[in-house]
Write a protein that binds this ligand. Structure first.
Ligand SMILES: Nc1nc2c([nH]c(=O)n2[C@H]2C[C@H](O)[C@@H](COP(=O)(O)OP(=O)(O)OP(=O)(O)O)O2)c(=O)[nH]1
Ligand SMILES: [Mg+2]
Length: 133
């Protein structure tokens, strides 16, 4: 059986319609690709707690309010991921790459020009429809 990871992912959009993206380190799974910040949910936490913790740990922001956007199950050759995607409508703090990862506030219209893991295709489509159509 392939391993399945439950991953909390945050779409953080600022007032200039830019989305926070981070570059995954080369040695990580899906390395060198861009991602929406997030990570694996721990056994003792809710989905919301997971996204709040991951965002604080990785980019130093406080998630004040978030709504579930979509869930994606995607099979990579080596593992399966379940992305639990949240739309963060309110946050505080200044984004910094707490794990040394490059961060970019990327204009929504330019997201599709970046390389993301295959599982992210649907997210980018959804965001394009939500904001740009
Ligand atoms: N964070 C994030 N992970 C993604 C995205 N798309 C995608 O396929 N993934 C995959 C890559 C990884 O297999 C998994 C996330 O794991 P992770 O490496 O971020 O987990 P983590 O933050 O808990 O990291 P670690 O403590 O294990 O180093 O989900 C995305 O947009 N954001
Ligand atoms: Mg992570």
């Amino acid at each position: 059986m392939k391993k399945r990871l439950q991953v909390a992912v945050a779409i953080i959009v600022n007032n200039d319609e830019q989305v926070l993206i981070a570059r995954r380190h080369a040695h990580q799974h899906q390395g060198d690709l861009w991602e929406f910040p997030g990570g694996k949910r721990e056994a003792n936490e809710t989905r919301l707690e997971a996204v709040q913790r991951e965002i604080h740990e990785e980019v130093g922001l406080q998630v004040e309010q978030a709504e579930p956007l979509m869930q994606i199950i995607h099979d990579y050759p080596e593992l399966q991921v379940e992305l639990d995607v949240w739309l963060v409508s309110e946050f505080s703090g200044e984004a910094t790459g707490k794990e040394g990862q490059p961060l970019v506030w990327c204009p929504l219209a330019e997201l599709s020009a970046r390389e993301f893991p295959a599982a992210n295709m649907q997210i980018i489509e959804r965001l394009t429809n939500l904001y740009l159509v």
